[in-house]
Design a protein around this ligand. Structure first.
Ligand SMILES: C[S@@+](CC[C@H](N)C(=O)[O-])C[C@H]1O[C@@H](n2cnc3c(N)ncnc32)[C@H](O)[C@@H]1O
Length: 264
């Protein structure tokens, strides 16, 4: 699947994704993934940052609220429209641009840091996504990104639950498969029944890569890994959101921060 088809899939997802994410149905993002990502983010106040694959901009705004001057890009125009509308209602100084993360419209060494919340894995060429992020970073700048965990969330991860929802195990397979953009159909797990009837599920092209392939992309881009995280819920969150208990069995997400050497 090429860039055009990926963009078309995400554009078709964007309206419902925005509504459902803003309604709080992306539980993994809101209760686990973003809080851990932000807890591990170095200070960014006053820095110029790029948020790659920003979606509707919920995470982008959290970066701006920390005092960074943010440019945010996404391949789907409807996401960019929603980001701009939010910016018009409550300005944070964010510039939203429709753009492809594998061919960024910025000069070399334009940004102090870059983030990519759960977007690099959705690109049709993750190697180019990382290389482009590295290119636009200033020497000494960092890229921090989250992805589905390559080892524990390959194309097939099934959470085994009992009737009351208790997680009893995971079935994980297809680690070495290359779906090459095969479309997965799903919704956020917390979407209530009445909203399911009113909206189509997401259609997401999948481009799984193994852990060693991800590391090879980072190395080829000239970046140096300095931090990794594998978020799991704490006991309080487990009590509040038992649906996320699969992350106690094996992580769903992998976070990496990699830096462009100062002398690069
Ligand atoms: C799982 S969503 C994450 C959205 C957002 N970062 C968040 O955390 O809510 C993945 C995003 O990557 C975007 N995306 C996919 N391929 C892209 C590409 N080549 N360039 C830019 N964005 C892309 C999609 O449009 C979508 O908004």
């Amino acid at each position: 699947m090429d860039r055009t088809h990926v963009a078309a899939c995400w554009e078709a997802n964007a309206e419902t994704w925005t509504q459902h994410a803003r309604a709080g149905y992306d539980l993994y993002r809101d209760a686990l993934n973003t809080p851990v990502f932000l807890a591990n983010l170095p200070p960014i106040a006053g820095l110029r940052g790029l948020d790659i694959g920003c979606g509707e901009g919920g995470n982008t705004r959290k970066l701006a609220e920390r005092g960074a001057r943010i440019t945010a890009i996404d391949i789907a125009p409807t996401f960019i429209r929603h980001g701009r509308e939010a910016e018009a209602q409550a300005p944070l100084g964010i510039t939203y641009l429709e753009s492809d993360g594998t061919a960024l419209p910025f000069a070399d060494e334009s940004f102090d840091f870059a983030t990519a919340f759960m977007s690099l894995m959705d690109m049709h060429r993750q190697d180019l996504g990382i290389a482009e992020a590295a290119r636009v970073l200033k020497p000494g700048g960092f890229l921090q990104f989250s992805i589905l965990h390559p080892c524990f969330a390959p194309p097939n991860r099934k959470v085994l639950r009992e009737g009351d929802g208790t997680v009893t195990g995971l079935l994980i397979s297809e680690y070495f498969s290359d779906p090459a953009g095969a479309v997965e159909v799903w919704r956020f797990g917390a979407v209530p029944e009445h909203e399911r009837a009113a909206s189509a599920p997401f259609r997401v092209p999948v481009f799984h890569k193994t852990l060693s392939e991800w590391v090879a992309f980072i190395v080829a881009a000239g970046l140096v890994i300095e931090h990794m995280a594998e978020p799991r819920i704490d006991p309080e969150t487990a009590a509040r959101e038992p649906y996320l208990a699969d992350t106690l069995m094996a992580p769903l997400f992998l976070h990496i921060r990699a830096r462009k050497p100062a002398g690069a």
